[in-house]
Design a protein. Sequence first.
Length: 150
Amino acid sequence: MKKLKTEDSGYYWCAVEIGGILTRDESSYLHLSITDDTPGLWVDQQEVTGVEGGHVSVQCHYNEPNDRKSWCRAGDSCIEVSSGKSGRSEIKDVSSEKVFNVTVRELNREDTGCPSDLKIVLMVLGILLLAVAVAMVTWRLWKRHGEYPS
């Protein structure tokens, strides 16, 4: 893609047709963010796939060398660049290139996606938003018709 504009921001995906009608095709998506200025932090890949028992590496690019840099998993603890290593995660800052590299080793299925406690929080928030939306619609209908049920 060339000559990108902010309105080009959005979700895109690549797809590969594997076989016939009964064969599941493969696809992978990404979210493209186009900004007016260089962002303070960005990654080369928004989704990374690894093999169980293997490792993955992620490059996090930054603009301000003096800012505190961390690697976090949603709903879990963070490790800072200064600490270098925590468990199976290792983080190395290459300040001359304004990038820090994160490697997670000995991958297992629990490393996939959101942690389960975050999924529960998101589900509860979704239910709360639905309840608020229903209450607002009900209130507007009552207000419009000028009477409340007894």
